[in-house]
Write a protein of this length. Structure first.
Length: 423
């Protein structure tokens, strides 16, 4: 959902990641370990994590792996801090502000979701693959480069694999392929920028917004624009797709929630013509839908944690941490805190009603501090619109036994297959 809290849990298979966190059971919520041969501090304490996320200016800057920074670009918002981060964040907020979503982006999302869901009747589909396709294709449309999908998609998939690999630049390695994919994507984007500048008129899409944006009177360079496009494609891909898949799964398993949510969406359709798109007011009226999405995100914890790096020697939580050490801010514990979420392993979307949990100090589903996800609302709009048309058009049943893994990353290794039929 354009979350800039890039995952690091994909570096580990289940056994390695479990061993990585095993010291928690012996040493508590704050301890030293090793990540790929380098020392790292693991923080599982919600209050300490909140302090880390809120105090980037005190020497706790992003510390993401080199492979990710190389492939996503030096101007991506996760790589920069200080004035550069403020500038990049401003550019992104300019193109995904509530006003932009309401007036420009939601109509595009609505049109895309109708098309994406138009021919599922009577089919058995892998909802995991369908939501991945949805997340990427929807973003390409919002950026304004969907006509280049055939060229961009295969390169994007190789780029994703490269960001989650060891930085060994040899032929055939994921990292090497990822670097080459980045070069190929940059080549395509350069051509797109040249075509845009040669065309008359104003384009009301994300790319057009980035090209028009000025920071202190200066337009963004092509290099910055291209890195932001790659950031937009990458950052929402897994979060939007996985949250959508898991919401479908939870609704299937909890008929009461499914019925209440379907009634909410059918009530919206009663106010509209058969082909009339949903608008901002419709989206804002989806109160229970928002609760279901937040509860799905809380249980799944799609982003397990974030990495920070110290810029100087410091003391934190009573421990001395040398300059250059990384700190892994582990978020799953906060999302399963029984004090904040009674019966934390139970799917209970009603817990979000009337409690203002989104504004609690330890609410970290979208990060915190200056790194609070700038695309939070855009992601919610995408997922909500997908669910609106899915639920008002279809009913579904799962097909066969479904194997779901929720740790260290949320996925269905063999797919999540459902048989779909019209309402």
């Amino acid at each position: 959902m354009y979350t800039i809290l890039f995952e690091v849990n994909f570096f580990f298979d289940k056994i390695v990641f479990t061993n990585f966190l095993f010291p928690h059971y012996r040493f508590g919520n704050f301890f030293k370990s090793h990540l790929l041969g380098s020392p790292i501090v693991i923080s599982m304490d919600p209050e300490v994590n909140r302090y880390i996320l809120l105090n980037e200016s005190k020497g706790l800057v992003p510390g993401y792996p080199q492979s990710m920074l190389d492939i996503l670009g030096k101007n991506n918002i996760a790589a920069v801090h200080g004035p550069a981060h403020k500038s990049m964040r401003g550019a992104l907020l300019n193109i995904i502000s509530p006003t932009m979503i309401r007036d420009q982006l939601l109509p595009k999302v609505d049109e895309f979701m109708r098309f994406h869901l138009s021919n599922w009747d009577g089919k058995t589909v892998d909802i995991q693959e369908k939501t991945k396709e949805m997340a990427l294709s929807s973003t390409l449309k919002q950026i304004g480069i969907e006509s280049y999908s055939a060229a961009l998609k295969p390169e994007f998939y190789k780029l994703v694999q490269g960001t989650i690999s060891l930085p060994i630049d040899l032929p055939g390695t994921n990292y090497g392929c990822g670097l080459q994919a980045r070069k190929n994507i940059i080549g395509i984007l350069r051509n797109i920028l040249e075509e845009r500048r040669a065309s008359p008129g104003v384009q009301h899409d994300m790319l057009g917004g980035l090209m028009r944006y000025e920071d202190s009177g200066q337009k963004l360079s092509d290099e910055v624009i291209m890195d932001q496009i790659i950031t937009l494609l990458y950052s929402g891909y897994e979060t939007v797709s996985t949250t959508s898949m898991m919401t479908v799964k939870h609704l299937h398993d909890h008929p009461k929630a499914l019925q209440q949510m379907r009634e909410e969406h059918l009530e919206i359709r009663k106010r509209k013509g058969p082909s009339e798109p949903i608008d901002w007011n419709d989206y804002k009226s989806m109160k229970f839908t928002r609760a279901v999405i937040l509860e799905t995100m809380r249980l799944a914890t799609i982003v397990n944690g974030v990495l920070r790096k110290t810029t100087h020697d410091m003391e934190l939580n009573g421990f001395f941490i040398p300059k250059g050490w990384r700190i892994y801010v582990y978020l799953r514990e906060a999302n399963h805190d029984p004090c904040l979420y009674p019966e934390p392993l139970t799917f209970n979307p009603w817990r979000w009603e009337g409690r203002n949990l989104e504004y609690h100090n330890n609410f970290m589903l979208f990060g915190g501090g200056t790194r609070l996800c700038p695309g939070k609302e855009m992601g919610m709009v995408e997922i909500s619109t997908f669910l609106h048309y899915f639920m008002t058009t279809y009913r579904w049943e799962e097909v066969g036994g479904q194997n779901l893994e929720k740790f260290p990353r949320v996925q269905a290794p063999n797919g999540l297959h459902i048989k779909v039929s019209n309402n």
